[in-house]
Ligand binder design. Structure first.
Ligand code: URA
Length: 232
């Protein structure tokens, strides 16, 4: 009897230790991985019926800078990665213009699935996906959020027009919001490139302000900003 009570309490202790262990090691990185799995099996809206892949986001999960675009396009849907098509090429070059690469920042979208024919996201789709984005913001905890285009700006300031605030720096619950044009806009209107370059240069102020991320070797300098040639 006593033996069985002892072995029960030992089993209890072991299970408690195991739970504590999991609580301790279950960090934001795990939560993002788990979130990506939930997104993968999401069927909250009808885009789940037409997507090839979900596109949760990628980059430095501890970055101080997060980019939020609109929705995956055809290339992104095929590969499951954000901004890898022509707009992504422009984004890469803009990042390079301030000495960053996509590995230094976190890139995601309002929607995690491609709207057919690349149409605008609908309100129900945005609402279905909103909780995923909120969780990403909470786990990554960026100090600066760059909104690319009017849809992602609308998430933070639904009553304001992105056009009126592009290039300015706004405060949102203790985070800085930098509204910018969507890089795809420059594909249709190349004159916007100089404005995008100007807006990205504002990011340099923040890069200087924020400490280099832990995962960068000490003393490593960011690559020198380069002259941007978007359509070389
Ligand atoms: N446009 C977006 O808004 N997001 C992508 O991932 C690609 C293109």
């Amino acid at each position: 009897m006593l033996e069985s009570r002892n072995s029960n309490s030992l089993a209890c202790k072991k299970s408690l230790n195991r739970s504590l262990f999991f609580i301790l090691i279950y960090n934001d990185d795990d939560r993002l991985t788990e979130l990506a799995l939930r997104i993968k099996s999401c069927s909250l809206c009808e885009l789940s019926g037409t997507r090839l892949n979900t596109v949760p986001g990628e980059g430095d999960r501890k970055s101080a800078i997060m980019f939020i675009g609109e929705a995956p396009g055809q290339n992104e849907d095929r590969e499951g990665r954000p901004f890898i098509g022509r707009a992504g090429n422009i984004l890469d070059r803009l990042l390079k213009s301030v000495g960053l690469s996509r590995k230094d920042v976190y890139i995601t979208n309002m929607l995690k699935c491609r709207p057919p024919e690349n149409r605008d996201p609908s309100l129900p789709e945005i609402e279905s996906c909103a909780d995923y984005l909120d969780q990403q913001i909470s786990f990554i905890d960026p100090q600066v959020i760059v909104t690319l285009g009017r849809f992602s700006f609308g998430k933070f300031f639904p009553d304001k027009s992105a056009r009126d605030y592009r290039g300015s720096i706004l405060d949102w619950h203790g985070r800085k919001i930098l509204p910018m044009y969507h890089p795809a806009a420059a594909l249709y209107n190349p004159s916007l490139i100089s404005r995008l370059i100007g807006d990205f240069s504002k990011l340099s102020n923040f890069i200087a302000d924020y400490p280099v991320q832990e995962n960068e070797p000490e003393g490593k300098l960011r690559s020198e900003p380069t002259q941007l040639q978007l359509f070389e």
